[in-house]
Design a protein around this ligand. Structure first.
Ligand code: GLP
Length: 252
C-alpha cells in the first residue's frame, strides 16, 4: 500500500487526479470506478482542467459505487434538482468532459426491481472487463460506498439500509441545502459490495480533514473488520494508493 500525504485538500486532489489521468493515458478505454461525497469534488475539478488541456474521456467507461434508493435522474433530462448521485456526477464531472453517455453506469435509484438491477450491475462490470481503477472516499463510520458497519467483506452489489451516522453526515453535507427535511431523505441505497470493490485491479482512496483522521487510521492500520468496511483495503493484493491531506493523516 502506498500512502501519500499532501499538505492540503488541493494538493491531495491534484495527486489523485494525476493517478486517474495516468490510468486513462496508459489505457484510453479504461474502466474507472467513481465515488461521490464532498471529498472527490476537488479531484473531479482537476480532471476537468486536464480535459480542457486534452485529456480524452471518449473511450473511458465508468461505474459509480452507489446511489440512494428512491431518487435518481435521467441523463437525457438532467433538469431535476434532487440530491441523487447521478445528478452529482453529472454536475461535478460528466457534463464538463467528453465522456459518452452510454459509457456511464450509475446504480439506478429509481429501479422498480432493485435486486434484479443489482445482479445486472455486477454483470455489466464483468462484461466491461472489470474495473481498472476504483476511486473511493471513506465515510465517517468507516464505510466504503454505502457498505455500512456489519457489511460482509465479501458482499456484492445490493440494497442496504443507511446507518444513522451516514444519514446525519449526508443530510448536513447535501440534503439540508435542498430544503427537504431529515425525515424525507432516502434511508436505503444501492451499493457495490466490498467483494465487488476488491475486484478492482487498482484502488485509490482519498480522505481529507481532521474529521476523518481516526477512521482513516483504523482503516489502514487497525484490524480488518466488517465494522470498518474500508479496512478491507488491507486485503487488496494489487496497487493500492491512499492519498491524504495532513489533517486526515494526523492519527497514523
Ligand atoms: C457517502 C458515499 C461514500 C463517501 C462518503 C464520504 O456516504 N456513499 O462513497 O465516501 O459519503 O463522504 P464525504 O466525502 O462527503 O465525507
Amino acid at each position: 500500500m502506498k500512502i501519500v500525504i499532501k499538505e492540503n485538500y488541493e494538493e491531495m486532489s491534484k495527486y489523485a487526479a494525476e493517478v486517474i489521468a495516468s490510468c486513462i493515458r496508459a489505457k484510453p478505454d479504461c474502466v474507472l470506478g467513481l465515488a461521490t461525497g464532498s471529498t472527490p469534488i476537488g479531484t473531479y475539478k482537476e480532471l476537468i482542467k486536464m480535459h480542457n488541456n486534452g485529456l480524452d474521456f471518449s473511450r473511458v467507461k465508468t461505474f459509480n459505487l452507489d446511489e440512494y434508493l428512491g431518487i435518481g435522474m435521467n441523463l437525457d433530462k438532467p433538469y431535476n434538482e434532487d440530491q441523487s448521485y447521478a445528478r452529482f456526477m453529472y454536475e461535478e464531472l460528466f457534463k464538463h468532459i467528453n465522456i459518452k453517455k452510454e459509457n456511464i453506469h450509475i446504480p439506478d435509484g429509481l429501479t422498480k426491481e432493485p435486486e434484479k438491477f443489482c445482479r445486472w450491475y455486477e454483470e455489466e462490470i464483468k462484461k466491461a472487463g472489470g474495473i481498472d481503477l476504483q476511486l473511493l472516499g471513506i465515510g465517517g463510520d468507516g464505510h466504503w460506498a454505502f457498505n455500512e458497519p456489519g457489511s460482509s467483506l465479501q458482499s456484492r452489489t445490493r440494497v442496504i439500509p443507511l446507518a444513522k451516522q451516514t444519514l446525519d453526515d449526508n443530510y448536513e453535507s447535501f440534503f439540508k441545502k435542498s430544503g427537504i427535511s431529515r425525515d424525507e431523505m432516502p434511508r436505503f441505497a444501492i451499493t457495490m459490495g466490498i467483494g465487488t470493490i476488491l475486484e478492482a485491479k487498482n484502488i485509490l482512496m482519498i480522505a481529507n480533514g481532521e474529521r476523518k483522521a481516526s477512521v482513516v487510521a483504523k482503516a489502514i492500520e487497525g484490524p480488518i473488520t466488517s465494522q470498518i468496511t474500508a479496512s478491507a483495503i488491507q486485503l487488496h493484493s494489487g496497487n493500492v494508493t491512499v492519498v491524504l491531506d495532513e489533517a486526515a493523516a494526523s492519527k497514523l
